[in-house]
Design a protein. Structure first.
Length: 198
């Protein structure tokens, strides 16, 4: 019941604005030069591969996940803004804007559900399962919402890192494939940081 409520809130709340592709080939960490594979359909839902280790998020500060050097490399030059993401049952979150591109990223530390919630039949999203630092990473798109892309990283049992990348109101809207690449790059940097701090 809690998973269904999480899914309903996450899909309905515009602030979350998920995006993605359906089941497709895996992508490895560091391959952010090509857009995510085109959506494909599958009658059966896959399971996520085992994670190389557990990276619990309980004591993590979402605004400290990306280092200052990583934020600079990602052109995220505004101060990190911490808040609570109600669509993820009160998850700690942090948003950071790029004044250069106008895009915004959001990192949310979800402690109430595993990343596999996004590949369940109730999710009603399109997705691609890839890998970042050996962890399953699901690129998610919500049909009808084109100005955002999310990458959900399976970090620990019953927990996942949600990385959202969205158009921050640019005069010419960013292509969704570009937003998915942005989400992938932020997720790669975040996981490199989280695994190094262990």
């Amino acid at each position: 019941m809690r998973i269904r409520a999480l899914l309903t809130a996450a899909v309905v709340v515009p602030a979350l604005a998920l995006t993605g592709c359906t089941t497709g080939p895996e992508r490895s960490s560091g391959d952010s030069s090509a857009p995510p594979p085109a959506p494909t359909s599958s009658a059966t839902r896959p399971s996520l591969p085992p994670r190389p280790l557990a990276v619990p998020l309980d004591e993590v500060d979402p605004c400290a996940v990306l280092t200052a050097d990583q934020r600079t490399a990602l052109s995220l030059d505004s101060p990190p803004n911490p808040y609570v993401e109600t669509s993820f049952n009160g998850a700690k979150a942090c948003s950071i804007r790029s004044t250069t591109s106008g895009n915004v990223t959001r990192l949310a530390l979800v402690l109430v559900s595993g990343a596999d919630v996004w590949i369940s039949e109730n999710a009603q999203v399109e997705y691609v399962i890839g890998a970042i630092e050996g962890f399953a990473a699901i690129t998610v798109r919500t049909p009808g919402i084109d100005d955002v892309c999310n990458v959900e990283v399976d970090v620990a049992e019953g927990q996942f890192l949600d990385v959202m990348f969205r158009d921050g109101g640019n005069s010419s809207g960013a292509q969704q494939d570009h937003l998915c690449l942005g989400a992938q790059r932020v997720a790669e940097a975040a996981m490199a940081s989280l695994t190094q701090k262990r």
